[in-house]
Design a binder for this molecule. Structure first.
Ligand code: NAI
Ligand code: AKG
Length: 390
């Protein structure tokens, strides 16, 4: 029986893919084999020694101690692109909310509820206070052309915006999806200088923390509208406050408000709703669960943020999974250890990512003595060993 701990509410259409005869799923469960979560912050959590994998039903992994997981041989997955359409639609809503005074206007019109027959005339009289501008013909800078950024760029372009994009690390598969009407800009200064609207669609990492700061605000046009559906920590709050007070930023739309931004003028705050649609929640849960099952049952890895991609068809024998430092002479030491137990390697995959390597080894024997685990773990550089018996 595999034990799965859920740290957030996970869409049932995903969870039901775990066959109940083989999996136990609960929000509190001792010695879990794997964790599935959304935005729960794991940084202060003790990682149980039983834990083999963490699956983020979503894109951002800044709530997971990825480095610590890697050291402990815990594979961390996310679900690239699975909620991108949900976020794209909210970013488009954010573009419109920042352009038309829909929120204030809708709140004001409610105050007329007891005015009876005077309501139509009051509306016509008062609506001048809630005017706006159209997005057509305006320039939108998309910072980060990943799953969400590309969808936002393409959609905004079809709404008549002049769309420019910036992403020094853009993947080929994303480039192929980007409309040829979107202009690629090489530097951050030239893209910010042209934009009437800026949307942030990059991950929060130690490198991007406080990415939008005084220096970047100074590169922007006066009255720019800034949309942040990525993470609150990307924007330096005190610099934002100054930029709003100086009229540099005319609207800040954020899916990640906090005490400071909620108390700032010109801020449109949304309670992290980017991926809160049935479609996105199901897509993320289904992808997370399928990836997790494939890893737990067969050791295959797809869409991990810390381990290499690895897939090997199984034979009729047992499977050995080994994580080790990416240093010379590991494969030969591992092979010798297996040979010393009389095990015959039938098939083997060795994949590398940065400073780690991951091996899937199928042997001809269907049952292996579990003491092989400690033998393999005693090899210097090996940090994870698992045996999947047939
Ligand atoms: N509001 C919400 O509910 C959601 C928010 N997000 C946030 O949006 C972020 C992006 O999501 P996806 O597009 O799915 O991820 P992704 O990984 O497909 O795209 C991120 C892109 O940002 C680029 N990038 C990284 N650093 C950059 C930099 N310094 N300058 C310019 N580009 C940079 C990468 O090359 C990549 O193309 C996530 O990391 C997450 O924080 C994601 C999903 C839902
Ligand atoms: O699961 C959620 O609602 C959060 C989605 C998100 O922020 C992400 O996927 O990075």
């Amino acid at each position: 029986m595999f034990k799965i701990q859920t740290l957030n509410k996970i869409d049932p259409d995903g969870l039901r893919l775990f066959p109940l005869n083989n999996y136990e799923i609960a929000s509190e469960i001792p010695n879990p084999d794997a964790i599935v979560l959304r935005s729960f912050k794991m940084h202060d959590m003790e990682l149980p020694s039983s834990l083999k994998a963490v699956a983020r039903a979503g894109a951002g992994v800044n709530n997971i101690p990825v480095e610590k997981c890697t050291e402990k041989g815990i594979v961390v997955f996310n679900t690239p692109g699975a909620n991108a359409n949900g976020v794209k639609e909210l970013v488009i809503a954010g573009l419109l909310l920042s352009s038309r005074d829909i929120i204030d206007g809708a709140a004001w019109v409610k105050t007329l509820a007891d005015k009876g027959d005077e309501i139509p005339a009051s509306i016509e009289q008062g609506k001048k206070n809630f005017g706006g501008q159209e997005i057509k013909g305006k320039t939108l800078a998309v910072i980060g052309l990943g799953a969400i950024g590309v969808l936002v760029a393409n959609a905004a372009q079809t709404l008549g915006m002049n769309v420019i994009g910036y992403d020094p690390y853009m993947k080929v598969q994303q480039a192929l999806k980007l409309s040829n009407q979107v202009t690629w800009v090489e530097g951050i200064q030239p893209i910010l200088a042209q934009a009437d609207y800026v949307t942030l669609n990059i991950p929060l990492t130690p490198e991007t923390e406080g990415y939008i700061n005084k220096e970047k605000f100074n590169m922007m046009k006066d009255g720019v509208r800034l949309l942040n559906f990525a993470r609150g920590g990307l924007v330096n709050r005190s610099d934002l406050k100054e930029a709003i007070a100086a009229g540099k930023v005319s609207r800040y739309v954020t899916d990640f408000p906090n005490e400071e931004t909620l108390n700032m003028d010109k801020v449109i705050a949304i309670p992290h709703l980017g991926a809160s649609t049935k479609e996105s929640e199901t897509n993320c849960a289904v992808m997370a669960v399928n990836q997790l099952k494939d890893f737990i049952e067969d050791g295959n890895i797809k869409n991990s943020v810390n381990f290499p991609e690895a897939f090997m068809e199984r034979n009729d024998g047992a499977r050995i999974l080994i994580g080790n430092k990416n240093i010379p002479n590991m494969v030969s030491q591992i092979s010798s250890a297996l040979a010393s137990e009389g095990l015959n390697i039938d098939n083997m995959l060795n994949k590398k990512r940065d400073n780690i390597a991951y091996n899937i080894i199928d042997v001809t024997r269907s049952k292996i003595d579990e003491q092989l685990i400690s033998k393999l773990k005693s090899i210097e550089g090996v940090f994870m060993v698992r045996i999947i018996q047939k």
